[in-house]
Write a protein that binds this ligand. Sequence first.
Ligand SMILES: *[C@@H]1O[C@H](CO)[C@@H](O)[C@H](O)[C@H]1NC(C)=O
Ligand SMILES: *[C@@H]1O[C@H](CO)[C@@H](O)[C@H](O)[C@H]1NC(C)=O
Ligand SMILES: *[C@@H]1O[C@H](CO)[C@@H](O)[C@H](O)[C@H]1NC(C)=O
Ligand SMILES: *[C@@H]1O[C@H](CO)[C@@H](O)[C@H](O)[C@H]1NC(C)=O
Ligand SMILES: *[C@@H]1O[C@H](CO)[C@@H](O)[C@H](O)[C@H]1NC(C)=O
Ligand SMILES: *[C@@H]1O[C@H](CO)[C@@H](O)[C@H](O)[C@H]1NC(C)=O
Length: 435
Amino acid sequence: MAPKFLQLLLVLSFQLRLSFSGQTSVMESVPDLQSSMYVTVDGYPCVRLLNLSGEIGCSNPGREKVVAPIIRLKDSNELSQLSAVLLSVEEIEIFFARILNDTTFGRNVAGVLVESGPESQNKLKGFSPALKFPQSDFAPYRSINYEWNPIGSGIMWNTYNFPVFLLSQSSTLTLQEAALNNEKNKKSYTADVAEFDLVMQTMKAGTHDSESCLKENTCLPLGGYSVWSSLPPINISSSEQSKPIILAVASMDSASFFRDKNLGADSPVSGLIALLAAVDALSKVDSVDDFDKQLVFIVFTGEAWGYLGSRRFLLELDLQSDAVSGLNYSLIETVVEIGSVGKVLNQEAKNFFVHTAGTSSATNETLDALRFAKDSVKSDHINVLSANASNPGIPPSSFMAFLRKNSLTSGVVLEDLILPSPTSSTTVTLMVYQI
Ligand SMILES: *[C@@H]1O[C@H](CO)[C@@H](O)[C@H](O)[C@H]1NC(C)=O
Ligand SMILES: *[C@@H]1O[C@H](CO)[C@@H](O)[C@H](O)[C@H]1NC(C)=O
Ligand SMILES: *[C@@H]1O[C@H](CO)[C@@H](O)[C@H](O)[C@H]1NC(C)=O
Ligand SMILES: *[C@@H]1O[C@H](CO)[C@@H](O)[C@H](O)[C@H]1NC(C)=O
Ligand SMILES: *[C@@H]1O[C@H](CO)[C@@H](O)[C@H](O)[C@H]1NC(C)=O
Ligand SMILES: *[C@@H]1O[C@H](CO)[C@@H](O)[C@H](O)[C@H]1NC(C)=O
């Protein structure tokens, strides 16, 4: 299946270099000079993302390089000049809130460098750049102020006209040294500066939406390929395919403020692994041909970006395209979504919460099956519980895209925790959200 539907795009081409002052060595060529002046720093950039009508994320203000001295912001510190600000992960949220609130302060931010290191992970209570209710537009209910992700700051959904980098651990040390140098040399005229070279911008002026930048080939599409498979295999040349379908779904990726630094292990990837384990177990059963139901497994791409994968899948079904040949929408009896299920391992009582939308006999059968599965494990510690009745409905999930197409779709979403617990979130640095 080729999800050609794009909502957001990213544009990247980045380099971050540090220029050191006050160093002397013998130089014989321009490259010598360059290598003595510059240290190339590695890290993960926040990139510009475009959709049909707007942009989010980070980029240089114009097409020029940004060069600014590196400083560390102390409490209530003002910025007296254009600066590259070094921040710890704990400071991100307050810093970005201040930028949005205080334009004078924001004007002096040339770039932001975020430290990473083992110690910052330990201190972290949990940092989430996603919204408190990720993708609430898709909620099949009105309580869109419900906080599925209470620690969410939403900073990844704003637009910043300066570059932002998450530093690698070794680069963090280099930058900390540079900031310290600048602090010491305050009265002298030298400073270590960060140079952000052509950071994350569209190659041509005026391509501020996905349609124009795609047309001009100056950006890349977001998302990838969703994958589906069935058990037993569906014979597409046979017209007898008529068993009701149980669709088991999971997500394969997550989104993050810093591109390529998505720690989604707790959220989507735990569900993906659980689904693959189930497929593996079922593939060893001889009698799959005799099942009353047709099993179909799907792993969606780009769900964190407006449920790209599931919406594309539903569109392909509508179009009856080759990508979904053998599948028939009206035969889908129920959806079983595996969300975040990895955190139970760290807990004594292993609680799985089943979220449902409406009641139907198919949903009841799934609930019975889950309880049956629990009993078969013969462990007192594993519990399959109905989600808290005070929830407004199902948590953010691909199932929302199915309900948007047909609000009577039956299905369940399995999750491990309703809210992040203080003990488990300490190991998570940059998750999108956890449920
Ligand atoms: C595009 O992104 C902007 C910024 O996040 C958002 O306000 C707008 O609704 C989005 N437009 C579409 C068509 O998704
Ligand atoms: C924004 O600024 C106002 C007035 O300066 C202040 O009262 C408020 O607390 C600030 N909000 C944030 C999120 O910093
Ligand atoms: C698929 O169905 C066609 C038509 O019913 C049949 O001829 C063919 O043998 C089937 N293939 C398999 C692998 O079962
Ligand atoms: C899908 O299944 C329904 C119900 O069995 C049937 O009426 C319809 O013709 C099927 N559609 C296709 C394209 O096979
Ligand atoms: C599903 O189960 C609930 C409680 O067990 C029951 O009240 C309800 O009638 C059932 N619904 C259907 C459609 O079977
Ligand atoms: C259900 O949610 C409410 C409100 O968030 C909370 O007070 C209550 O303790 C929860 N119940 C259970 C069983 O977790």
